[in-house]
Write a protein that binds this ligand. Structure first.
Ligand SMILES: [Zn+2]
Length: 73
C-alpha cells in the first residue's frame, strides 16, 4: 500500500496531523500512520513544513534522529 504526498505525487514518508484547539502541528513517521485526520507528506515536503503563525510544530519522526548528525564533541 503506497500513500502519496498531498502536495506532490511522491511516496509519502511523513504523516502530518494538527489540532486547531491547541494550535499544534505534529510530524510523525509514516509507519505509525493510519491517522484518519492526517495529511501524508513526502520527506521533502515534510522537512519544509512550517506551521502557521502562532502554531507549534513538533517533529516526532524517529528517522530524523537516526540520520541526524550527532554533535558529540
Ligand atoms: Zn511532496
Amino acid at each position: 500500500m503506497l500513500v502519496s504526498c498531498t502536495r506532490c505525487n511522491s511516496p509519502a514518508a511523513v504523516m502530518m496531523t494538527f489540532n486547531y484547539t491547541d494550535s499544534a502541528v505534529w510530524l510523525d513517521d509514516m509507519t505509525t500512520a493510519s491517522e484518519p485526520y492526517g495529511y501524508p507528506l513526502c520527506a521533502n515536503h515534510g522537512d519544509r513544513m512550517t506551521p502557521p503563525h502562532g502554531w507549534t510544530l513538533t517533529d516526532r519522526r524517529t528517522t530524523t534522529r537516526l540520520f541526524a548528525p550527532l554533535s558529540v564533541a
